[in-house]
Design a protein around this ligand. Structure first.
Ligand code: NAD
Ligand code: GLY
Length: 363
């Protein structure tokens, strides 16, 4: 496996490269000149955990390539993905008077990427965005594809925009400082690609899992590579989620409900998705879409990644209320991603309250 890899996300005027390069963090300034244009000013948005680890290297790389950067360090964590913190990014942009062609650099995990991305989409109706994802989850999923958002107390990612970056710059070596729980949460989104559209990859993950949990570089590079390819392929076919892209939400309607009910404090996003994928698998069997045994296969893969699979015991009213706020609901019926088998996901529009109640009662 090459440590350097380039994918082009081909979206006409909104096309961009995904670069995957071990040690590439120190070359981001130079790469940004290629993707954005002549070096000028830029705003780096990061957080209190990532800044002490990587900000000085990114600042040095930018400076060496001729960029003048200002840095904004936000609080850490999903509970900080708020309108209030998004507004702090806008304040920093206004204060630094960044021009329309001067970029925002999102240095961090999916929370920073989504929040800084949404600010880049709004400031002056859109300034260039460069994603420098530093968690496994953000390297395999959130930095690619242009979904940006912040949370609302009534629902996750409810306020946001589709806004593609100019460059996604991935350095897998930054994952060495990520804690194990965060790494495993990222593996949930990796497993998701196998369950949705690539049964052979799901099989391969069983083999790779011990190495992935040990952060072995070849295994990590392989799954970032395969995941980015899947994400790019889906986004190129359906940028704004008119159809196929919704498959990437496997497990997310349940997962978002779990995160929202527990106020984004108890479960990591990837953990909610893991439990949600288990629930989707059982529901797929329950409605007769998948043969018996699918849930068992999904649970085995999630457990190999040491992810949680136990469904929390909220009341039916809590579940239904939280799921009703999800963006993917269609009137009284929920739009859910279910599976016909491993690697064969399908959007189902006809799931009603009764089926959900039966599912919840079964746990
Ligand atoms: P996160 O951004 O909260 O990062 C997880 C933790 O790791 C944080 O504490 C962070 O500070 C820390 N961290 C980041 N990089 C690190 C490093 N290299 N070393 C040590 N610590 C590091 O969470 P996440 O899992 O990256 O992203 C989850 C978010 O992504 C959710 O808000 C979710 O909604 C969003 N998301 C968005 C999309 C999309 O398409 N836009 C897709 C999937 C998920
Ligand atoms: N993570 C879901 C999407 O990007 O569409």
């Amino acid at each position: 496996m090459n440590s350097f890899c380039h994918y082009r996300v081909d979206l006409g005027a909104r096309s961009y490269d995904i670069s995957i390069e071990a040690g590439g963090l120190d070359r981001v300034g130079e790469a940004m000149r290629g993707a954005v244009g002549d070096a000028g000013r830029c705003l780096i948005v990061t957080n209190t955990v990532v800044a002490p680890l990587y900000l000085s290297r990114v600042e040095a790389s930018l400076s060496a390539a001729g960029w003048q950067s200002v840095s904004l360090i936000l609080p850490d964590g999903e509970s900080s993905k708020t309108v209030a913190n998004w507004s702090l990014v806008l304040d920093a942009l206004m204060e630094s008077k960044l021009a329309r062609n001067e970029p925002v650099v999102a240095l961090g995990g999916g929370v920073i990427g989504d929040m800084a991305g949404f600010a880049a989409a709004c400031y002056r109706r859109g300034v260039p965005l460069v994603q420098v994802p530093t968690t496994l989850l953000s390297q395999v999923d959130s930095s690619v594809g242009g979904k940006t958002a912040v949370n609302h107390p009534h629902g996750k990612n409810m306020i946001g925009a589709f806004y593609q970056p100019k460059l996604v710059w991935i350095d897998p070596l930054v994952l060495t400082t990520l804690d194990g729980r965060q790494l495993r949460a990222g593996l949930a989104e990796v497993i998701k690609y196998g369950l949705i559209r690539d049964a052979a990859f799901a099989e391969r993950l069983k083999v790779l899992m011990p190495d992935l949990l040990q952060l072995r570089s070849d295994a990590i590079a392989e799954v970032i590579h395969t995941s980015c390819r899947h994400k790019a392929e889906v986004v190129m076919r359906d940028e704004r989620e008119a159809g196929e892209r919704a498959l990437l939400n496997l497990g997310h309607t349940f997962g978002h409900a779990i995160e929202a009910i527990t106020r984004y404090r108890r479960y990591l996003h990837g953990e909610g998705v893991a439990i949600g994928m288990r629930m989707a698998a059982r529901l797929s069997e329950q409605v007769g879409l998948a043969p018996a045994g699918l849930e068992q296969q999904v649970v085995a893969l999630l457990q190999a990644a040491e992810l949680p699979v136990a469904v929390p015991s909220f009341t039916a009213a809590q579940w239904l209320d939280a799921m009703g706020h999800d963006k993917k609901s269609v009137g009284e019926r929920l739009r859910l991603v279910l599976m016909r088998g491993v690697g064969r996901a399908q959007i189902v529009d006809s799931v009603g309250k009764a089926e959900i109640t039966t599912l919840l009662d079964s746990f």
